[in-house]
Design a protein around this ligand. Structure first.
Ligand code: ADP
Ligand code: NI
Length: 222
């Protein structure tokens, strides 16, 4: 009928956004629809300064946390699988589907610590967009939210940050949330791929440094 036809004709990106929003209903706030929405916006911002396939970037941004391995028993293949099935239903070209799947698989921070088996401009852009959402005021909110979700301490002056960056240490860390700043958040600025993201990251990084300074002042009672 007509309604079915209208649904079918809705632009791919719009349909994908609707699908993701439904899939992530009730998701933990650090990885919910609004995280996706912010990353999608970051992608569009970066694309104003970079040459890349917009459709691939937007699809990958929308689908990158569709089934985060952290919440699915460490299974890193589930996200690409769910995304691929969805895009196949919408008759997206097979090579585009594979590109989006490769981006999702290689985007996680853990993957970036290991061997890089795949590379593309589109991956760089979506990765930057996701990393930008992990720093600055929002990054701070997400870190403490995640720490609360995991029942971590805010800070413990007796527990020195573990700066080892191998996958196992990172995955098994039960350290206070403030340690996460030293183990990851303060390092992200220098991991940005694109110039646009580097610039945005500078400001957000400086804000985190000011935040930490104030945090310690308050902790010490001035
Ligand atoms: P990525 O998006 O690179 O996969 P994660 O999924 O590990 O990164 O992290 C998502 C969000 O949760 C980020 O904002 C990150 O800072 C936060 N987070 C992850 N691990 C921790 C942790 N150990 N302590 C505090 N926040 C964390
Ligand atoms: Ni993400």
């Amino acid at each position: 009928g007509e309604i079915g036809l209208m649904t079918y004709n809705k632009p791919l990106i719009e349909q994908t956004a609707e699908f993701v929003r439904q899939q992530l209903a009730g998701a933990e706030a650090g990885h919910d629809w609004w995280h996706i929405h912010r990353v999608w916006n970051n992608v569009k911002l970066i694309l104003q300064h970079e040459q890349a396939d917009h459709q691939i970037c937007e699809l990958a941004a929308l689908l990158h946390d569709i089934a985060d391995s952290k919440f699915h028993g460490g299974d890193e293949s589930l996200g690409p699988k769910v995304a691929g099935e969805f895009l196949s239903r919408l008759h997206v070209q097979e090579d585009s589907i594979q590109h989006v799947q490769a981006i999702i698989l290689h985007m996680s921070y853990k993957a970036s610590l290991g061997d890089v088996a795949f590379h593309s401009k589109e991956l760089e852009i979506v990765q930057d967009a996701d990393r930008l959402d992990a720093i600055g005021a929002i990054g701070i909110a997400r870190a403490f939210h995640y720490g609360g979700f995991k029942n971590r301490e805010l800070y413990n002056p007796e527990i020195v940050p573990n700066l080892r960056q191998d996958k196992e240490t990172y995955k098994n860390s039960t350290a206070p949330t403030l340690n996460h700043f030293y183990e990851k958040l303060l390092l992200l600025k220098d991991k940005m791929n694109t110039n646009a993201a580097k610039q945005i990251a500078e400001e957000r990084h400086a804000f985190m440094e000011r935040y930490l300074e104030q945090f310690y002042r308050e902790w010490e009672g001035y």
